[in-house]
Design a protein around this ligand. Structure first.
Ligand code: NAP
Length: 259
């Protein structure tokens, strides 16, 4: 299927590995030129070289912390005029409700709410000028159903979701479609880290922790980042022109809800 976005340009944040890389890969396959980002330059340059070689698209790399003001300034400069923005960053650490103080909340809000808002504020005006744009915010299934140990993530992502619900309707008349993509458990370094933490805390092996978690997912396994990337590319395509302010859940049926 031709997504109709060949020759467009996208900023994909936090994209040297995991879900961000999967989104960058699917967009590159659709012929989209990219600005890729991560803090570590080694994996970032390797990922960019791989995608250039496989898909022949042009790729700029910006090795900065997307959650810092200086990092955002560099990214915004490199990404001026992009047609597509995929917001992503690392997730906050797990814990108990008693673990977190004000500074922890400020960090989580900065990373998973205020950073995507800052990038939208900087780059959506250029999309409005062209009369066409797409934004996908990678959030989490925790927006639909809380994951108790991820209280910082639950809070920050719910805040972003509320903001997007309003903003997406304000920019829709200008041809800019903003939506959120909600991952359930996917096979990435992040889920490996969470399973390692559960195993250590519960005195069980990594494999036992993983099997117990996967047994709660109706499909019985974690999601494939490749499929996540393909969904993101569709949400950035010409065919997403009627999708506004939606929260698209990819969780193997894990959230037990009718809607
Ligand atoms: P991952 O496998 O750990 O990959 C994270 C990627 O983001 C890496 O490329 C990393 O590179 C980059 N990154 C992290 N922090 C960054 C920062 N501050 N600035 C720039 N780049 C940064 O994570 P993932 O599984 O793809 O998860 C992506 C997002 O989805 C996270 O917010 C996570 O909480 C959320 N999520 C994931 C799952 C899941 O099952 N995987 C489920 C629900 C929600 P550097 O380390 O070099 O910066």
């Amino acid at each position: 299927m031709d997504l109709g976005i060949k020759g467009k340009r996208a900023l994909v944040c936090a994209s040297s590995k995991g879900l961000g890389l999967a989104c960058a890969t699917a967009l590159a396959e659709a012929g989209v030129d990219l600005v890729m980002n991560a803090r570590g330059s080694e994996a970032l340059e390797a990922a960019a070289a791989d995608l250039r070689g496989r898909f022949g698209v042009s790729i700029d790399t910006v090795a900065v912390d997307v959650t810092s003001e200086e990092g955002q300034a560099k990214l915004i400069e490199a990404a001026q005029g992009v047609d597509i923005l995929v917001n992503n960053a690392g997730g906050p650490p797990p814990g108990m409700w008693t673990d977190w103080d004000r500074d922890d909340f400020v960090s989580a809000l900065d990373a998973n709410m205020l950073t995507p808002i800052a990038l939208m504020k900087a780059l959506v005006p250029g999309m409005i000028d062209k009369g066409w744009g797409r934004v996908v915010n990678i959030t989490s299934q925790s927006v639909k159903a809380p994951i108790a140990v991820l209280g910082l993530s639950n809070s920050a992502r719910a805040g972003l979701t509320g903001y997007v619900a309003g903003m997406s309707r304000q920019v829709a008349p200008n041809g800019v479609c903003i939506n959120n993509l909600l991952p359930g458990s996917h096979s990435t370094d992040r889920i490996d880290g969470l399973d390692t933490g559960v195993a250590a805390k519960s005195g069980i092996s990594f494999d036992e922790a993983r099997a117990a978690r996967q047994a709660t997912i109706p499909v019985g396994h974690d999601g494939n980042p490749r499929d996540f990337g393909a969904t993101c590319a569709f949400m950035c395509s010409q065919f997403a022109a009627f999708m506004v302010g939606q929260n698209i859940l990819l969780d193997g049926g894990n959230v037990n809800a009718t809607l």
